[in-house]
Design a protein around this ligand. Sequence first.
Ligand code: ADP
Ligand code: MG
Length: 620
Amino acid sequence: MRLFLRLLLRNRLAGFGAVVLAAIVVLALVTPLLPLHPPNATNTADRFLRPLSGAHLLGTDHLGRDLLSRLLWGTRLSLAVGFAAAVTAGLAGAAIGVVAGFFGGRTDNLTMRGIDMLMAFPYILLALAIVAVLGPGLMNALIAVAVVNIPFFARNIRGVTVGIAHREFIDAARLSGLGNAGILWSEVVPNVVPVVVIAMSTTIGWMILETAGLSFLGLGSQPPQADLGSMLGEARAALITAPHTSVVPGVMILLIVMSVNLLGDGIRDALDPRLRSGALARPMAATRVARRSVPPPSGEGLLRLDGLETQFHVGSRIFRAVNGVSLALNPGECLGLIGESGSGKSVTAMSVMGLVASPPGVITAGAVRLQGRDLIGAPYEVLRGLRGSKVAYVFQDPLSTLHPLYRIGDQLAEAIRAHAPVGRAEARARALRLLHDVRIPNPGDRADAFPHELSGGMRQRVGIAMALANDPDIIIADEPTTALDVTVQAQVLALLDDLRGSRGLAILFITHDFGVVSQLCDRVAVMYAGQVVEEGPTAEVLAAPAHPYTRRLIACVPELGAGRRALAAIPGLPPAVDDLPPGCAFAPRCDRATDACQSGEVAVSGSLHKVRCHHPEGRP
Ligand code: ADP
Ligand code: MG
């Protein structure tokens, strides 16, 4: 709740709306206590008095009634009717939507066709028809406005409910013995309440307007009772001669509807969990860069990272996901990047092409050089030209990276045509060749399959084919085999290794599996808490790990045929990246740590086999 309020108030416009609305509501609540003229007392001698004339602060109307008093009483009425209509429509619509969506089948069909029939009429005509049948009056106007808004809520909530009704937690509740009513109440309703609240908050303003509209036409509140709409209606005749009688209720309607809408938008944004971690904005086309200086290149290499720092700025908290990573990737080489989940591997990889979402991501220091050219802060057009054609990515979960509604052949062809000016037929031929290259049997047929029609291993091959589509120099593979079983994993790894040989690809291979590293990688870098703690030729690092973290990580891996032994585990947990300890981040979990490790930056030692440690293994 506190988080919700904080988010809501961070949105200036929503805060403004909340303040204005609160002021109006308070005024409406205390109206009976204020020393006002009676709202319906006529005095024709004082007709059409201008504002600020004598005892009447806002002047009088065509019957000499005090406008201020009528305005406040009218606001009270309009607000009450608008809120009541919104709550009625929201509850009734939500109930219909939940029942229809949950039970589905015939129930759904019947109710939704009924709702569709309501929706087939223009809503204001429908409201007029309802009032015509029930007779004019404020209560009937309320009913009419509520009824015409029910379809909106019913459709919305039905959609949400259908999405929930077949989820596993509903099945689990059923297995635990809950009946339909119990499931509806304890599982479905809590999940749709936020949607109902959001829909209500964004439509209340609309309903206040509709009620005012009916009153304006003389179908809502009846004289002498005032609501904002009927005040406007009565003032219409004197619009030119005494404009203040129209302006006063008009401005109040404007203030109410505007403040309700601003607040409603704010509530919607604050309740949407996707908007919580980022600011209320779309991510930028490339990661934001805020670095003071550009470090000089520290050596050669096809791709070179020098002192890269990437952070997430969320509110006042700073998550330091990558803290000064320096790596080099040479042509035709495979570099493994290994580390526990959360150690910053993916963020490092995404920073290379500026793919970390901003907000909240910020690159705060370092350089990424591709063939000597710095990519950090490069113009978007340059990055876009390089993404996919020079540096391509393969992600962990192909089911979420492939578009579910397009055939894979078309998606591949699109990737090709985004970079090369080729025709449809040519692009398709190339797509088939790519599918063949990644050993998908029968590429001609398979190209017409949708992603869900393929197995996990095949989808991952499509992902690799897509990365290869524009003949890149570098492939960054982010745990591409984690979602696969071991035999398919072996095939995919062999495939990548072959492609590396035949096309001269350089691969940055991210994984948390030492077996994969030893099979594929020439060199390996070990990451911990956003830093590379050890780097060197794979065989050397695996045979003689120098950093205590690497040693203990390797000790966690079971070995076939090595006899029974208790698997080691590393005590403690990786540090939270918004609160990194000073000194070596691994020191609190390390059995070799001394006082020197608890403070200051730990320097990297070694040239070929580098290690960031004061007390490396195997060295005095
Ligand atoms: P991994 O090594 O498993 O690939 P990541 O690179 O994905 O780890 O994440 C590194 C760190 O960055 C993690 O501690 C994660 O919590 C943090 N992080 C990632 N994305 C965000 C974000 N949008 N906001 C805040 N922190 C994030
Ligand atoms: Mg990751």
